[in-house]
Design a protein around this ligand. Sequence first.
Ligand SMILES: C[S@@+](CC[C@H](N)C(=O)[O-])C[C@H]1O[C@@H](n2cnc3c(N)ncnc32)[C@H](O)[C@@H]1O
Length: 312
Amino acid sequence: MPELPASPTPPNPPPEPRSGSPARHVHIPVLLHEVLAALELRPGLTVVDGTVGAAGHSRKIHERIQPGGTLIGLDRDSLMLGFAGQHVGGERVHLLQRSYSELPEVLNELGLGPVDRILVDLGLSSDQLADRQRGFGILAGGPLDLRFDTRQGVPAAEFLKTISAADLTEILREYGEEPLAGRIAAAIVERRQSQPVATSEDLADLVRKIKGTRGDTHPATQVFQALRIAVNREFDHLKQFLNDVLPTCLAAGGLAAVITFHSLEDRLVKETFRGETERWDNLTKKPLVASPAEIRLNPRSRTAKLRVARRK
Ligand SMILES: C[S@@+](CC[C@H](N)C(=O)[O-])C[C@H]1O[C@@H](n2cnc3c(N)ncnc32)[C@H](O)[C@@H]1O
């Protein structure tokens, strides 16, 4: 059995299946072969998967560090930790409901020093898109929550009740690269005078009325992405991870691998690995991307970028 999440505040209840949440997982790990090769895995290593999800990467990592290896899998989402626990477990496996930005505290609590490898695979899992409890999936629908960890922060529906049109415009523009950010923000602020934007369907319909339905992706995709990034404070976690966590938690000679799906995230990772040359040996001058075959099999991999660096 994997260890159950153990966090001081807030308390960590064991992951439980929720009604409306998927019972089986469908997520396909992206750039799996590239990640496994880049991490130069061998028996006995201590590896952190900071976004363990359904353990798509961690399953294989765990196999390759046996005998004697230790795997620490973190995720902010208890649903995903439940899936991860179906695939990895044992005495030296620690699955915890924590952010990767809290890794220094986690290592301290586990009595471990700097680790050999750290992977983060940012963004959202396909299983979260199917979760009707939190409204991540435009097509799955559900209450507009969009939080990975529902014990922290406020649901997106609450966030939309009070935010100013100007601040919302900036969020949609910056995190969603949404060209009609101003019009969509104004429509949300106008609608909430009479009716809340309470569900994923409410928001998707509102955006569709403004943008129409051209192209193969849903017109509200960028708006959902922007709100998810905002309510989870994803860039705060990533900046803290790159600036403070990686340098302190990765042993000298250790490897860091980061998969991003958003140009702003990729820019932060690129600048960190390229800029601090006294700290990092940048192993990917250009990011690794998915092959046409992988994109055919898993269209989600289309925008994935993997960057790898060695701690000096
Ligand atoms: C793309 S999925 C990871 C999938 C996983 N690599 C796999 O192949 O099964 C991203 C995961 O990161 C989690 N997540 C997002 N932000 C996080 C953070 N700051 N700390 C820990 N987990 C986070 C999400 O809940 C989600 O499960």
